[in-house]
Design a protein around this ligand. Structure first.
Ligand SMILES: Nc1nc2c(ncn2[C@@H]2O[C@H](COP(=O)(O)OP(=O)(O)OP(=O)(O)O)[C@@H](O)[C@H]2O)c(=O)[nH]1
Ligand SMILES: [Mg+2]
Length: 269
């Protein structure tokens, strides 16, 4: 049973009638060799079970480990796997680049963003596509609707997330259109929704995901949140959440996040 929240009555005009959709699955990667080697076969299996729709997986990779080598080996055998490499640009900047590249080159109907570390259950993608077929525009995996939760987090990670999601995004920025502002796992309709977004002035760190929801909210889409269990990564290291190794970029991202929430509050008052 899917938990439904924040959905306005469906206006019905965008129901696809079950026509095949082209879905691009956009995954930013930074040193995720241990994950992508398992993730790609798992995605291939999932897509093969959903033959009606066409899937393209686009990896936006900034790694300096074996990640691009592994993805490239899959790409050579499977045309639905695409690798875009670049310098280390930060999570938000990588996703922005991926959205622009994907919209221009693949002309998808839906773009699904995700993480490479199995934090989210990608088996939920067919459900997300179905919800868009039913008329929703922005489908968000949420840790904060009944049935949604996190697993394996330390108390400091919980505190960090509470400050970002509840204190800043809910209370300070007054973002009442969704309950989970910072997750990467989302499906967004392209026509009339994602193709309306102007990327200039977007944050380049993890504040990107919160700001994108705000910009989407301004064009008044139909949001849908479904519960998700967010698992702590079993392989590889955290790059975006607190990690002493990446302290400088973490502090920069936190500063940018606070600034973005204040900006959203100012723009929406
Ligand atoms: N291309 C690119 N991808 C990035 C960058 N930083 C993080 N990523 C990827 O973005 C996703 C989210 O980053 P994570 O390190 O998992 O961040 P997190 O989920 O907050 O932290 P954990 O829960 O500890 O994993 C992962 O797939 C990363 O590999 C970056 O600078 N460039
Ligand atoms: Mg992660």
């Amino acid at each position: 049973m899917v938990e439904q929240r924040f959905c306005k009555p469906s206006i019905g005009v965008r129901f696809s009638g079950g026509a095949p959709m082209h879905i691009t699955h956009l995954i930013p990667t930074y040193n995720e060799a241990e994950n992508v080697v398992l993730l790609i076969p798992s995605l291939q299996k999932l897509y093969s079970k959903n033959p009606k729709n066409e899937f393209t997986t686009v990896f936006v990779d900034d790694s300096n480990d074996n990640t691009p080598k592994i993805i490239n080996a899959f790409q050579k055998k499977d045309k639905s796997i695409k690798l875009i490499t670049g310098p280390h640009r930060g999570l938000g900047a990588a996703v922005i680049f991926g959205y622009k590249y994907t919209l221009k080159n693949f002309k998808p109907d839906i773009v699904v963003t995700n993480e490479a570390d199995f934090a989210y259950d990608h088996a939920k993608i067919p459900l997300m596509v179905k919800l868009i077929e039913q008329g929703f525009d922005v489908v968000v995996a949420s840790r904060h609707v009944p049935g949604g939760t996190t697993m394996g987090w330390t108390w400091s990670r919980h505190l960090n997330h509470w400050a970002a999601n509840t204190l800043f995004a809910d209370w300070i920025a007054r973002g009442n259109y969704v309950s989970d502002h910072n997750g990467a796992f989302r499906a967004i309709r392209v026509k009339g929704v994602l193709d309306q977004i102007k990327w200039k002035g977007f944050p380049t760190g993890f504040a990107f995901f919160n700001y994108l929801l705000f910009k989407l909210h301004q064009i008044n889409p139909q949001f849908y949140e479904f519960p998700t269990v967010y698992s702590f990564r079993a392989r590889g290291e955290s790059k975006v959440s607190f990690n002493l190794k990446y302290l400088t970029s973490y502090l920069k991202n936190v500063g940018e996040y606070i600034w973005v929430c204040l900006k959203i509050r100012r723009l929406s008052s």
